[in-house]
Design a protein around this ligand. Structure first.
Ligand SMILES: *Cc1c(COP(=O)(O)O)cnc(C)c1O
Length: 353
């Protein structure tokens, strides 16, 4: 794929690494290409970072035709830059596209796009451990008409944001509220797709949890409100009676790349991992009888996020004395070790640029 590059005339200065936060600062450029039915993807270009203009009838503005991905470029201990399992993000984006009737991307070319773009923006990959250049590819439907149907025009873009460490103040376990009212998605719905609408619809529950002093909600399934699904926008895992239990991918759960990597690391460490339905009753029972040893969320942003308190209705339970558990810590150390190039990549997960 031929990428036309127009460089900015006004290079910006990178803010100090400890002031980056998440998703507020952007690099100097962005990638963009257009899709038209019958013609495919065309006009691949990197241009200075700027606002985009849309027709007021653009599909994305009315019918939410939008999907995205999230991955990071990491600065290795030896100074180089690498991605973590980027092809998994590209493949997942195509599964999301298929669900939302948006055009699929050519996989190998998309990896080339990521590579070319990150190389161009390499100076924005921060250097301190825990920091990264967050990459946000996204596709949206862009027909200039109000009819509801599969789009014939779409836009793919890639933007990047140098981001600070998720754990600037150390890893502190969070309080989570089991959500009994709203559901994130349903089986047969869009739960397995990273589509914008899922996040708009789940914000309300998160806000309500925050008002009650909890960081996020634990989602239950949308049909019976019985089975545990995810925590906020992360997958969730538990250590119960020595085994690791994580909800199986039923279609309403986002198949996380961190989840998949955690499972591989855990199995490699000799743990038994069960991907199955986990009812909230079983979880509460395990909290009460003390067999619930650890609980954590996992996703690209945090890697792992230990759960220290879990609330159900008026009752609140403490997990592992409110401290990070041994397995959670081990996962964090191993995954971050591989991602930041401090440890040998025995799984073959890193993609060096
Ligand atoms: C992105 C996401 C995850 C985590 O996926 P990773 O590939 O590990 O970053 C989990 N749940 C939801 C709802 C997500 O959007």
């Amino acid at each position: 794929m031929q990428i036309q590059i127009t460089k900015t005339q006004n290079p910006s200065t990178m803010p100090p690494e400890n002031e980056l936060g998440f998703g507020r600062v952007f690099t100097d450029h962005m990638f963009i290409m257009d899709y038209e039915e019958g013609k495919g993807w065309q006009n691949a270009r990197i241009v200075p970072f700027q606002n985009i203009s849309l027709h007021p009838a653009s599909t994305v503005l009315h019918y939410g035709a939008e999907i995205f991905e999230g991955l990071k470029a990491y600065r290795r201990a030896d100074g180089g830059v690498q991605l973590f399992r980027p092809m998994e993000n590209i493949r997942r984006m195509n599964r999301s596209a298929e669900r939302m009737s948006l055009p699929l991307l050519p996989e190998e070319e998309t990896l080339e796009i990521l590579k070319t773009f990150v190389k161009l923006e390499e100076r924005f990959v921060p250097k301190s451990f825990g920091t990264s250049l967050y990459l946000r590819p996204f596709t949206f439907g862009n027909d200039e008409a109000l009819g509801v149907h599969a789009v014939s025009r779409a836009t793919f873009m890639l933007i990047a944001s140098p981001s600070g460490s998720y754990y600037k103040e150390g890893i502190n376990p969070v309080g989570i509220m089991i959500e009994n009212e709203d559901v994130r998605t349903v089986r047969g719905g869009t739960g397995y797709a990273k589509c914008g609408g899922n996040y708009a619809a789940s914000t309300r529950a998160g806000e309500r949890a925050a008002k009650k002093g909890y960081s996020q909600v634990l989602w239950l399934d949308g049909v019976e409100r019985k089975y545990v699904e995810e925590v906020g926008a992360m997958n969730v895992m538990f250590k119960i009676g020595g085994k690791i239990v994580t909800p199986m991918l039923t279609g309403s759960i986002l198949p996380g790349i961190t989840r998949m990597s955690c499972i591989a690391v855990l199995k490699d460490l000799g743990y038994e991992v069960e991907e199955r339905l986990l009812s909230v009753d079983e979880l509460l029972q395990a909290l009460k009888d003390g067999s619930l040893e650890e609980a954590w969320g996992c996703g690209t942003a945090a890697v792992v996020s230990p759960i220290g308190r879990l609330a159900f209705g008026e009752e609140e339970y403490v997990v592992n004395g409110g401290k990070i558990g041994e397995v959670t810590q081990k996962l964090y150390d191993i995954l971050t070790g591989i991602q930041w190039g401090k440890e040998e990549d025995k799984f073959g997960w890193v993609y060096k640029l």
